[in-house]
Design a protein around this ligand. Structure first.
Ligand code: ASC
Length: 161
């Protein structure tokens, strides 16, 4: 059962997640400060979870802790799940509300590109999971690096900090 789940996960694309629900989400503008505040809290929570799963992987790639295949597989699988939530959690355009958020307005001007960058996180995370399952130890560093590169590519364009 666990194996089947993983195979389904690896073949899923953001536009057609396992549940069959379309994640091709169109942007809507926030209609109140209260709504915008809630939306920002929820999406920042999602990115904190992404960060918490990426942290140990980055430490392994930098040689600050040994490669731990159980953690790599678990975190890579979680990152695919979290990446699949990104378009949905970023659907509401909060730019009208001065929000204390690092999200750039360009996110809602360039939805297709933004969603492609979320897909890149999904793909790199699925790639890391596959690399660990194949025990391709020579590629561990590179596979983690690809996940980090997908984080950076999106931050460069869409995160103000
Ligand atoms: C992390 C983290 C990021 C990315 C990025 C990769 O661990 O918190 O934002 O990796 O630094 O360049």
């Amino acid at each position: 059962m666990k194996k089947m789940f993983k195979v389904a996960l690896l073949s899923a694309a953001l536009v057609v997640p396992a549940a069959g629900v379309s994640l091709h989400v169109h942007a809507q503008e926030a209609t109140s400060e209260k709504q915008a505040g809630n939306v920002i809290t929820f999406r920042q929570s999602l990115f904190q979870l992404i960060r918490s799963n990426m942290g140990p992987l980055g430490a392994m790639a930098r040689g600050q802790m040994p490669f731990d295949e159980a953690v790599m597989a678990k975190n890579a699988e979680r990152l695919t799940q979290l990446a699949a939530m990104v378009p949905d959690y970023m659907a509401v355009d909060t730019t009208k509300f001065n929000d204390g958020s690092d999200a750039k307005a360009d996110i809602w001007q360039n939805r297709d590109d933004f969603n492609k960058k979320a897909q890149a996180l999904y793909d790199a995370s699925a790639g890391l999971l596959a690399t660990v399952e194949a025990k391709d130890t020579d590629s561990y560093r590179k596979a983690i690096g690809a996940v980090g590169a997908s984080c950076k590519a999106c931050h460069d364009d869409y995160k103000a900090d």
